[in-house]
Design a protein around this ligand. Structure first.
Ligand code: 3PG
Length: 307
């Protein structure tokens, strides 16, 4: 009997775990659950006899793969898989997958939660501004970026996007103005929303030179990854440009410094909340479980990311 482990430091909703269990039960698999673990040793112990592993932002590195002697597949229930050591997965003959798009709406909705909070001055009682009529720049037009564009239209915003890997005509076909470059997006938009993955190319790419191009009163919103931000540079810029705001769902390493220096212009969620809805948990969790069954039973590798 195949054993599936859900290892989530930040747990799924109960309804998602029940949904995953229904899938694994139907396949005749055994499901176990490791939630809110605080020590890596707990994960190392729990994976020892797992054939399949479902994770979220949980780090799966060589040590975890070494400990997981039976492991055949790890599925990141979500989009970004920068938390999995893909080379090590391949070296251990483990298939790694993600579940693209499954939590995209949830993340997109949070972008607007952060934005309304930001433009209304963190609900401090003073007069703020509206999103209507403002220009929103979307950096990377993947599943989340496309959902952000859809919701932005409901706010009557002008929407622009830039994606180094998505042709302009695809962006335009979605009713969004295609910017020619990242620089143009920052120069011409009132708000820029980040949806780039953390890769060697994007790490620390959001720096002072780029954000410094923003118009007066600009807002940067980050529901992507903290690694894409050049934290020291951005902090210095934000101290100089007292008209700018930074709203993030991923607390920077320098959170304390940001909070102290940028009162009223900086907000970070206490824990990454973008995909933390029952719906996103159900979508991504059940997709992960189905992908595991499809792989173990039929060898389907459609969403494999370590090819
Ligand atoms: C993702 O990459 O899918 C999101 O960042 C969600 O991450 P989470 O599962 O840790 O909430």
């Amino acid at each position: 009997m195949s054993k599936v482990l859900i290892a989530t430091e930040k747990p799924f909703s109960k309804v998602a775990v029940d949904g995953i269990k229904a899938v694994t039960d139907a396949a005749g698999y055994e499901l176990s659950l490791l939630e809110k673990y605080t020590e890596k040793s707990q994960l190392l112990e729990a994976v020892a006899d797992a054939d399949a592993l479902i994770i979220r932002s949980d780090k799966v590195d060589a040590e975890v793969f070494d400990a997981a002697k039976q492991l055949k597949i790890v599925v990141r229930a979500g989009a970004g898989y920068d938390n999995i050591d893909l080379a090590s997965a391949t070296a251990h003959n483990v298939v790694a997958m993600n579940t693209p798009g499954q939590n995209a709406n949830s993340v997109a909705e949070l972008v607007f939660g952060l934005l309304v909070f930001g433009v209304r001055n963190f609900f401090n009682g003073t007069s703020g501004t509206e999103l209507k009529g403002k220009t929103l720049g979307i950096l990377a037009f993947g599943n989340v970026g496309r959902n952000v564009a859809r919701v932005a239209k409901g706010f009557d915003m002008n929407v622009k996007a830039y994606d180094a890997f998505c042709p302009a005509d695809v962006i335009e076909a979605a009713g969004v103005t295609a910017a020619k470059s990242q620089d143009e997006l920052f120069e011409t938009c009132d708000i820029v929303s980040l949806h780039i993955p953390a890769t060697p190319e994007t790490k620390q790419s959001i720096n002072a030179a780029l954000m410094g191009k923003m118009k007066k009163g600009g807002i940067l919103v980050n529901t992507a990854r903290k690694e894409v931000i050049n934290e020291p540079e951005l902090l210095q810029l934000l101290q100089e440009r007292t008209d700018l705001k930074y709203l993030t769902d991923i607390k920077p390493e320098m959170d304390a410094e940001y909070a102290q220096a940028l009162e009223g212009r900086y907000f970070a969620t206490p824990k990454k909340m973008g995909a933390q809805t029952a719906e996103a948990n159900v979508n991504a969790g059940i997709a992960a479980a189905n992908q595991i069954v499809d792989f173990l039973e039929k060898g389907i590798t459609k969403f494999q990311v370590n090819k």
